[in-house]
Design a protein around this ligand. Sequence first.
Ligand code: DGY
Length: 416
Amino acid sequence: MNQQHTLRQRAQAILRQNDRGTYTVPTEGLYPFQWNWDSAFAAWGFSTFDLPRAWQELHTLMAAQWDNGMVPHIIFHQRDDGYFPGPDVWRCQTTPETSGVTQPPVAATMARACWAKNPELGKAHLARLYPQLKRWHAWFMRERCESGAVAIMHPWESGRDNAPDWDAAMAGIDTSPVGDYQRRDTQHVNADMRPTKEDYDRYLAIVYHARDSGWRDAEIRAHGPFRVADPGMSFILLRAQRDLCAIGEILGEDVSDIRAWIAQLEDGVNSLWNAQLGAFDARDLRTGEFAGSVSSASFLCWYAGVDALDMLKTWDQVWAACEFGVPSYTPGGEAFDPMRYWRGPVWVVVNALIGLGLSDCGHTQQAEQLKTASRQLIERAGFHEYFHPLDGSAAGGRDFTWTASVWLAWLAEGEV
Ligand code: DGY
């Protein structure tokens, strides 16, 4: 049996092992609930060998949608003391219990990918998901697109929790109301690979403010301590709108409002171009200042169908500085920390999105470069959460759902 074949079996076994029946945990222990974008990637992985289970994953996710259209980033299907902050901290008063912030909307894109595996079976599933996805995307446009690009109200929304993109905006947050608490993540994973205590104090200060605002969007937008336009969220939503539009067309719906959202976002992402940096960059909406950060999210432009040729120059610079791309933050930057979560490590899940975009835009050499590096990381180090960009060693949680999914749906493509 060749190694590729064994890795495919191993990846499938990880999805089965993390499957809790109607949803999949990202990894046992560290993340014991359903996470929003992890779940959409789980559906993508399942779609390669168990399509009904893939659709189930998306339906469970969308069933947790709030009345205002928001789809939360964590769904606490059961209690588990191994994670902090749990539902008693969030106090969102929903059934099922959830967190109060969202995460990058990859679900429409993965729903379309599942449909493509079997259009006949998929159409009824799309018909069920379409109105839910559309309400979520409408919520983004209504509540988060004030500057054209998409704003996040909490670093956890970006999925890139401790990226240097947020450093300046986080620096001034008042943590005096936070008090004592006990983290659980550092019981599962080496503390050097996780956000710092100062980060956590600020994460909690933002949650407390939003909770005390009754989770009202307008209130959080006006008075919340953090409001940053995120290239990752902006590009991912733009791509998701294109896929939602295609889904609407498959279903024979009127998609004129989705087309208008696409035009608005195409225009809006230009506000994130930092000419001095030569890259798309995060922007603090309270000060108007760029973060000055070349991150892996900068390279999601192609995934959104934005073919910025200057980003190819930045691509070459970043790859010249590391053996394995794409680092979550450029090794040339002063905040680079190769093992600390989103401050340097490579996340193959982001590589998959970048790779899809590179292929779509016809940058086949870069797409192959990325696939080769991503394969090598998994072949050498296993299905970990993230990897060291200079030596390729494994970091974070092990037996990770989205790393297994990316292997099945993107890297093992064409293998039998
Ligand atoms: C965590 O707990 O580390 C998550 O990233 C927050 O969603």
